[in-house]
Design a protein. Structure first.
Length: 408
């Protein structure tokens, strides 16, 4: 039970003072005067009573809820990151502006890319010229002709029709033709490989050139800039945040110990005093099926679950990224007799309250039928309109005199 324990009142013991014989009547008179003044002050202070704060017993609503901090988000919220390096040349949109799919957001300086493409294009032309297969074909024909000549010379040499020198010259000519053909083929393959490599580099640069223009991929709104014109950007750097402000929802990370009481469709109270947002009503829309770890402000690792909530009037009150406080109502009782939770305490594991009757306190046992976060629902033991003491201290007991009653 969430009820604080009440301790018994402090025992008051009085000790007798031993009287000493005083020879001088003047000294006795002074002592009596001091004692009389002290007794008078004590009685006067006791007559004032013990200051307490009270609240009136009333009928109303008692709520049990899960309270968390939540943040405004958008269904299509996302960040555009840079794919290339360069200087951000121009930004064509403003924060809060609505944009459509294909709209240009910004451009990146690309003069270096154009120069590189021109240089590589020239290199590829040279490589293509060197990769002419006509030269290879000519070398092949020459080799084949030398091979046929060598064959004929070999037969004539065997028949004694030609000299050994003539045969060796034909053989050398064939070997040179064969080597020339091999070199021509190797040069051709090398030039073709070089041309392909340059082509890949040109394709990459042209692809990067396309990325010099940053565009929107959907109809949405620009919600935040991470960069400004003239800034140098690199791959992976965030540039813009986009998201529709008309499709806002709020998201809270709820402790796993509390999320078991949360269900889709439950009422949510949303508020933020700093922006004048007072108890806007919403509803639990989605509970994530997976928990995740999160480090608390105290440095403690906690398991939490994301809970999404919707409100029809939310988009008119807050902006994307706003922080709000939410209370997810998990259980409620209406039109019941209630007292603030700090008015109830236990004596012998039984709930009690202090009721103020006139200027005196009366100790009353009560029956608590429902414990809410702020109020307890009471079945019997007190009546509507009676005053109960809030956060009673240990000095308070049955019949104590109280003063300076402050109604909550």
């Amino acid at each position: 039970m969430k009820i604080a324990k009440k301790f018994n009142g402090l025992l008051r013991n009085s000790n007798n003072q031993k009287k000493k014989k005083i020879k001088k009547w003047a000294t006795i008179s002074i002592a009596l005067a001091i004692v009389s003044a002290g007794v008078f002050y004590y009685i006067s202070s006791q007559d004032k009573g013990i200051p307490v704060e009270v609240s009136s017993v009333e009928k109303g609503q008692v709520l049990e809820y899960v309270e968390e901090t939540a943040y405004a988000k958008s269904d299509n919220e996302h960040v555009i990151y840079s794919d290339i390096s360069g200087v951000l040349k121009d930004i064509y949109v403003k924060e809060g502006e609505s944009i459509q799919k294909g709209d240009i957001l910004a451009t990146v300086e690309g003069d270096d890319i154009e120069l590189q493409i021109k240089s590589l294009t020239a290199q590829m032309s040279g490589a293509d010229a060197a990769a002419s297969y006509a030269y290879v074909e000519s070398a092949r024909l020459a080799r084949d002709e030398a091979f046929r000549t060598l064959g004929n010379m070999e037969k004539l040499f065997e028949e004694g029709a030609v000299s050994n020198d003539d045969y060796l010259k034909a053989k050398t000519a064939y070997e040179v033709a064969q080597q020339t053909y091999g070199q021509a083929l190797s040069q051709y393959n090398s030039a073709k490989a070089q041309s392909r490599t340059i082509g890949y580099e040109i394709d990459l640069l042209e692809n990067n050139r396309d990325k010099l223009t940053i565009t929107s991929t959907e109809d949405t709104q620009v919600t935040l800039f991470h960069v400004k014109e003239g800034e140098y950007i690199s791959p992976g750097m965030p540039l813009f945040e986009l998201g529709s402000l008309e499709e806002l929802f709020i998201e809270a990370d709820v402790l796993v110990s509390d999320v078991g009481d949360v269900e889709k469709g439950q009422t949510v109270i949303i508020e933020n005093e700093d922006i004048g947002l007072e108890e806007i009503e919403g509803m639990v829309e989605r509970i994530s099926p997976k928990a995740f770890s999160k480090i608390s402000e105290l440095g403690i690792e906690q398991k939490r679950v994301k809970v999404e909530m919707l409100s029809e009037t939310l988009s008119d009150k807050i902006r994307l990224g706003y922080e709000v406080e939410v209370r997810i109502i998990t259980r409620e009782m209406n039109d019941v007799l209630r007292v603030p939770d700090n008015a109830v305490f236990e004596i012998g594991e039984k709930p009690h309250v202090f009721v103020v009757d006139g200027e005196k306190t009366i100790l009353r046992p009560v029956s608590v039928i429902f414990e809410g976060n702020d109020y307890f629902a009471i079945e019997n033991g007190i009546s509507e309109g009676e005053l109960v003491v809030l956060s009673p201290g240990n000095e308070l007991e049955e019949g104590s005199k109280v003063l300076e009653l402050k109604k909550e």
